[in-house]
Design a protein around this ligand. Structure first.
Ligand code: NAD
Length: 284
């Protein structure tokens, strides 16, 4: 906690998807460290509720209605943040949605929306904020939310899984770009394991039995086994403050999946269904 306060206390945090779940937890935690928190979400009531909780606890927060799928919305968020509070210490590109269904059954608009939020929202978050962060020349952090799914593969989750692989790869390259620029900006990828949030509740799968079944399994798994958003935030912030690239809420699970992926790649193995696939997807 001391390391976190030293790194982040008094700074400005910008968090997309801050109205619920992991983003909400990170907003509350950032405020508890003495950060000024900019809440950016597509849902005004959700982020207003989080802002009210921060204010009630004596913290500082402002809300900016933001749709991360629109690059100009992120430009506006960056401009309003700088106008109000100046340099950003911590940018958390966290907003993301789930999409379930067979690749060929997901309608074009749903594909576009998923990629626009989960991938382009992260890219344009960095594009909008990085120039001012670089110009400020002060220590700062950028962390992009991928998932343990960014190390795996799963039928009927292609849209989500590929977006999380992309966020991981983007974050790796961004970390290297900050290195070659000798910028004091630490880049991390956040790979949450199960966190009890509304992500599957808000998902509207295509009307297809396997997608619907998988949604219920995942929703129950997060509800029963997921940690809270605030606990996730505690685990995430200590790793961010330490400068880790790989930030996770469930270290053993993440390491296990990374080892499986490393072995699979080293063997140039053929994709296989994960163990327990029938439990996750229903009979096939
Ligand atoms: N919950 C988990 O177990 C889990 C696991 C791995 C990764 N993640 C990732 O964590 C991140 C947060 O997910 P969560 O589980 O807290 O979900 P959540 O649904 O509880 O919260 C997501 C928030 O993002 C907002 N949002 C949706 N579309 C937006 C848009 N276009 N612009 C701005 N805000 C938008 C929603 O209104 C919501 O407040 C996501 O990137 C998700 O993929 C979650």
């Amino acid at each position: 906690m001391d390391q976190e306060r030293a790194a982040f206390g008094g700074g400005v945090a910008v968090i997309t998807g801050a109205g619920s779940g992991i983003g909400e937890g990170m907003a509350l935690h950032a405020a508890s460290l003495g950060m000024k928190v900019v809440l950016a979400d597509i849902s005004v009531p959700r982020m207003e509720a989080v802002a009210a909780a921060i204010h009630a606890a004596g913290g500082e927060a402002m809300t900016v209605h933001t749709d991360v799928s629109q690059p100009e919305s992120l430009d506006r968020l960056a401009a309003l943040t700088h106008e109000a509070w100046g340099d950003v210490r911590l940018l958390l590109n966290n907003a993301g949605i789930e999409t379930l269904g067979f690749i060929w059954e997901i309608p074009p608009a749903v594909w576009e929306k998923t990629l626009a939020i989960n991938i382009h929202g992260v890219i344009h978050g960095v594009r909008a904020f990085a120039p001012r962060m670089l110009a400020a020349g002060k220590p700062a952090w950028i962390a992009n939310t991928s998932s343990v799914g960014g190390l795996g593969m799963m039928p009927v989750q292609a849209a989500y899984i590929l977006s999380k692989h992309a966020v991981l790869s983007f974050s790796e390259c961004l970390r290297l770009e900050m290195l070659v620029k000798k910028a004091p900006i630490t880049v991390s990828a956040i790979l949450p394991g199960p966190v009890a949030t509304r992500i599957f509740e808000d998902t509207r799968p295509v009307e297809e039995p396997m997608a619907l079944y998988h949604r219920e399994v995942m929703r129950a798994m997060l509800d029963n086994d997921g940690i809270t958003g605030i606990e996730a935030a505690r685990r995430i912030f200590s790793q961010l403050a330490a400068g880790d690239f790989w930030v996770t809420t469930h270290r053993e699970m993440t390491q296990g999946m990374a080892q499986q992926r490393a072995a699979y790649l080293a063997a140039l193995a053929t994709p296989e269904l994960p163990p327990g696939a029938e439990q996750m997807l229903g009979s096939f």
